[in-house]
Write a protein that binds this ligand. Sequence first.
Ligand code: FA5
Length: 352
Amino acid sequence: MDKNINLETIDEVRAEALRELQDISSLSKLDEWRVSYLGRNGSLTNILRKLGSVPLENRRQIGATANQAKLLLEEKLDHHRNLLANAKTSSESEDDVLDVTLPGWPLSNGNLHPSTKMLREITKAFSSMGFQVQEGPEIEWDRYNFDLLNIPSDHPARDMWDTLWLDYTDKHGNTPMLLRTHTSPMQARIMENAKPPIRVLVPGKCYRYEATDSTHEWQFFQVEGLAIGEGITFAELKGTLYEFVRCIFGDERKIRFRCDFFPFVEPGVDMSISNFVDPETGKRPIDYNQDWIEILGAGMVHPNVLKNIGYDPDVYSGFAFGMGVERIAMLKYGIDDIRLFYSNDLRFLEQF
Ligand code: FA5
């Protein structure tokens, strides 16, 4: 028989453990206590391990007492651990008293993205001239983006709008889909569904497969304008665009029209806004070495487009324009690089 193991030894170990436990005031000390009594080489664990050497006649009683002692110490351990954890929480919350006199955290207000701001200003200017706003799909059929606009598949003008194609043809074998390269497909969609007189403005996102630089993005907003009726002339197109520039930039900015080619208008023009050096500040609105910045293409709707939709070009005429929203915002707010619009830099975005 192992002489060290008897009922008194177990009583002594238990009493000593309970005594020690009373003085423990930290979780780390409590863990040391657990290891010394209940750990793998703890005094009570050693007693239990040696039970096999106790003579059979005593083994049952000594074994039962040792197990009871183990259960008691485990119970006390849990209880003491909870006591210490609660005491920690309440002392922490005493340090953490709420001082209602401290200033609060400022709530940061969101603000509109400069493209959204510009879009709203542009639509407001044209609404005051009687244009209605309508939106259209960004994923478009080849037919609307090109064919109906007098740009057949072998037309070189397709290169002007390097295209992001979608790998999709519907079950009727309709021509492939694409991310619209301009808002002009809405000209055809609107004419298909409405009867003249038409005065519609179409704001929306466009995509082009092209390298980016300070004035070119692969995604950007355009606003398309379309006016169809009887006897509409180029003078009305010019008048509308002059009024638009006056609304957005005031009377100071100069406007320049130049001939340009777009297969869906005839004649076609592009329009630029002055970027002259201000004599007072010696600076340009945008810091480019250019006197003019192009913001839109425009023209009289091509008779072929009218015919494609089923309008009689001898009865109806009209004008259309498509403007780059970020380019206008750049001129208005003096932004040098179009790539800032989509770089998600809060230091830039918070200025608007
Ligand atoms: C067009 O997209 C024609 N659909 C415009 C049009 C409509 C002409 C109706 C006639 C009648 P263009 O590719 O030039 O044309 O683009 C028009 C405007 O969009 C440009 O003047 C410019 O302001 C803007 N833009 C074009 N490409 C980009 C680009 N990569 N990044 C930013 N803005 C662009």
